[in-house]
Design a protein around this ligand. Structure first.
Ligand code: EPU
Length: 427
């Protein structure tokens, strides 16, 4: 398995451009199943997960062509209705084909994802939502089979917790249902808004974008459309935290600073400088003793649905707080098992105790983490290890980096361009 070797303690300087958002690209790719014709998607990141989704679309009969960051997709002739276990087990977001397949063909068979490294992550809200639209679902040999006779009917769907992919899945089904569907307590993540824009471009009628109440007036016909993926706010946040951790000054371009208010607020409290300019922002550390490496104030965070602090940046922020001057309480409220990085961060010298859904991070100050061999456990945990390794003294070897490649485009090249001493070792 490939590894990353990082020689830490080097401040980052320069400019880095942000890629399209993984978590927006996946639902937008799935949405191309809704209507025949040539769909054009711009700014699609080339990641392990987007490749998996394209492979799944191919199994369903879709053809596609990539030119740079643009993908042209044709879904004139669907030849399958099943998302097989082999793909779903490598990427849970495969369940996003359920809604569009139901809308287009009235039937879908998708392997039940099972648990994963960050929690149980059931899809009961998705299924409950489809049932409100007249769909019957049942489990058959580990597969969810969902079917509807004729067109789905509009209905009211309420989510106990605002589920991102649940909202997206039900939304993609409801656009083709007969009559009006209301999704109450819908997720407001920018990736959902990106999908709403694409569906509207395809002819859907949706009100309430960016709110927790989406009203969908089903239409008879949708057509292929051209859309662009929004910048990845989690990749942006990861580089922001990396600069706060290593020191230096980096301008992050092609991003949407407005999507990162919760993180920006916390980093400012930590003592880091952030300057926003349109679609870019500069993160820098004030100089102390001739080095651009400020003392870090410890700051508490609680992960929440958007616009709250994203769970997808919790692990990275913890790597930063490990170097703070006091104690930070990190409260994870979205997933029940998202502290797998703690044991690995401790191998680098971090002082962290887990108390239920809270991690108590006693900062050990700057320049105190020490490189060590560590293992990545999931995508964002890997990013947190990279950040810790970049600021630790000595060398860190990170194994199982395939997790990282699921969601960060060209991370090694981007970090090297900022001056980081990072190298990928092929197994
Ligand atoms: N939940 C249920 N039942 C459901 C659906 C969700 O109980 O049917 C629970 C989950 O277990 C969790 C909470 O509701 O406790 C919220 O989960 P959500 O459904 O919003 O998560 P998701 O849609 O599966 C997306 C992202 C995740 C991100 C979460 C939260 C995609 C493809 N994935 O997952 O991204 O952490 O929203 O923001 O959009 C990542 O990129 O590393 C990643 C894990």
């Amino acid at each position: 398995m490939d590894k990353l070797l990082i020689d830490g303690g080097v401040p980052l300087y320069g400019t880095v451009a942000i890629s399209g958002a993984k978590n927006a690209a996946l639902p937008l790719l799935a949405a191309t199943l809704l209507a025949p014709g040539d769909h054009i998607l711009h700014n699609v990141p080339d990641l392990r997960d987007t490749r998996t989704m394209l492979k799944l679309l191919e199994i369903l009969g879709v053809t596609w062509q990539r030119t740079g960051k643009t993908i042209r997709i044709n879904s004139d002739h669907l030849t399958g209705v099943e998302a097989p276990y082999d793909l779903v087990k490598t990427m849970r977001a495969s369940v996003l084909v359920l809604g569009p397949l139901l809308a287009r063909t009235g039937f879908a068979r998708v392997s039940l994802p099972g648990g994963c490294a960050i929690g149980a992550r059931p899809i009961n809200y998705h299924l409950k939502g489809f049932e409100k639209l007249g769909v019957t679902t049942h489990l058959e040999q580990g597969y969810v089979e969902a079917a509807v006779e004729g067109r789905m009917r509009g209905g009211t769907v309420y989510f106990d917790i605002p589920s991102v992919t649940g909202t997206e899945n039900v939304l993609m089904a409801a656009v083709a249902a007969q009559g009006e569907t209301v999704i109450e307590n819908a997720a407001k993540e920018p990736e959902v808004g990106n999908l709403v824009d694409m569906l509207v471009a395809m002819g859907a009628k949706i009100e309430g974008r960016d709110t927790d109440r989406l009203v969908i007036h089903g239409v008879q016909k949708l057509t292929a459309a051209e859309s662009a993926i929004i910048p990845d706010r989690i990749e942006t946040g990861t580089y922001m935290i990396a600069v706060a951790a290593t020191g230096g000054s980096v301008t992050i371009t092609d991003c949407n600073p407005g999507h990162l208010s919760a993180l920006t607020d916390k980093l400012l409290l930590c003592g880091v400088n952030i300057e926003e300019m349109g679609e870019s922002l500069t993160v820098s550390c004030p100089e102390v003793d001739g080095r651009s490496l400020c003392r870090l104030h410890s700051v508490d965070i609680t992960t929440l649905p958007y616009p709250g602090f994203p769970t997808d940046l919790q692990a990275q922020f913890m790597a930063l707080m490990a170097q703070g001057n006091g104690t930070a309480i990190i409260h994870e409220t979205i997933f029940e098992n998202r502290f797998m990085h703690v044991a690995e961060l401790k191998r680098l010298g971090a002082d962290i105790a887990i108390e239920g859904s809270r991690a108590v991070v006693r900062g050990i100050g700057r320049d105190k983490l020490c490189g060590a061999p560590v293992m990545a456990t999931d995508l964002r945990a890997s990013a947190s290890l990279v950040i810790a390794a970049l600021s630790a003294s000595g060398q860190t070897e990170i194994s199982r980096i395939y997790h990282l490649e699921r969601g960060y485009e060209d991370m090694v090249d981007k970090l090297q361009a900022l001056g980081a001493r990072v190298e990928k070792i092929k197994a």
